[in-house]
Write a protein that binds this ligand. Structure first.
Ligand code: SF4
Length: 273
């Protein structure tokens, strides 16, 4: 990380010191950790916190945007919320007649990257470092990413843009420990073990859309229990489109199978005693 920081400082010098950071902020733990890191390392650089609202963000007990606004305010920053001008996540799925997939993440490109790219193009800086809260340990494909890469799409003759992953090397424990040490709140939908006292919290380990194409079976069972409106919205769309979010199996079937497996597991464990 020291090398990357040096590289960014060198780039800033090469661009006459006109460096600005754009921090992609979802309201989640990695975004907050990233914001704290950038403010600590580059306290004097203009820093823009921006959230891409997919229209399917958490709403309860506090909306993702309100929560993100409050976290940014703790670091002395305003949050800009950007959106696709014409459609939300569910509208996008309905209009396309299909769900995005991990291979073709149109939700990310249309509803997140697109509006944030537009925001970046509006900024008056020579050098912009676009910061994303991706951590290496999250998955194998993520671990193979480079922490600092030139963004060719957004770079022009007058503007150079780099994508940077400031928390790439941080583990989940590092991120949580930083929140606890600095008394930075975590959104209440996170599971109790993520919160310092462990006595409050919700049902999710990832902060994503209310139902995400990457939700695990256990996540979907938890969403079915705790956020039925979001679960039903996606399940209804599956029925209407005759297209399932996961290939070949509906959300309802996943949750039924998960519940049966959990009951069977509990039954097996009860025989052990
Ligand atoms: S959180 Fe999940 S569903 Fe939402 S935009 Fe990202 S990948 Fe798509």
């Amino acid at each position: 990380m020291t090398q990357v920081l040096e590289q960014i400082r060198r780039l800033a010098r090469d661009h006459g010191g006109d460096l600005a950071f754009v921090v992609n902020h979802s309201g989640g733990k990695d975004s907050a950790r990233m914001l704290g890191f950038i403010r600590a390392k580059f306290p004097d650089a203009p820093t823009y916190a921006v959230m891409a609202d997919t229209g399917f963000e958490h709403v309860s007990p506090i909306s993702a945007a309100d929560f993100a606004h409050a976290r940014c305010a703790e670091f002395g920053l305003n949050l800009t919320v950007v959106r696709h001008p014409r459609r939300t996540y569910l509208e996008m799925v309905e209009q396309r007649g299909m769900f995005p997939s991990p291979q073709f993440r149109q939700c990310t490109s249309d509803l997140k990257r697109g509006p944030i790219d537009k925001f970046i193009r509006s900024l008056p800086h020579n050098l912009i470092v676009n910061c994303l809260g991706i951590r290496s340990e999250e998955s194998n494909p993520r671990s193979r990413l480079s922490p600092l890469t030139r963004n060719q799409n957004l770079s022009t003759r007058c503007r150079t843009v780099y994508n940077w992953l400031p928390v790439f090397d941080q583990t989940l424990s590092d991120v949580l420990a930083w929140h606890w040490r600095n008394a930075i709140r975590l959104h209440p939908v996170y599971v109790p073990e993520y919160h310092k006292d462990g006595s409050t919290g919700g049902y999710l380990r990832r902060f994503s859309c209310r139902v995400c194409i990457f939700s695990t079976d256990a996540d979907l069972a938890a969403i079915h229990l705790h956020d039925r409106a979001a679960f039903d919205a996606v399940a209804d769309l599956e029925r209407k489109l005759k297209f399932t979010m996961r290939p070949g199996v509906s959300l309802v079937q996943i949750v039924e199978a998960h519940s049966s497996a959990s009951i069977e597991e509990a039954r097996q464990q009860s025989f052990c005693f």
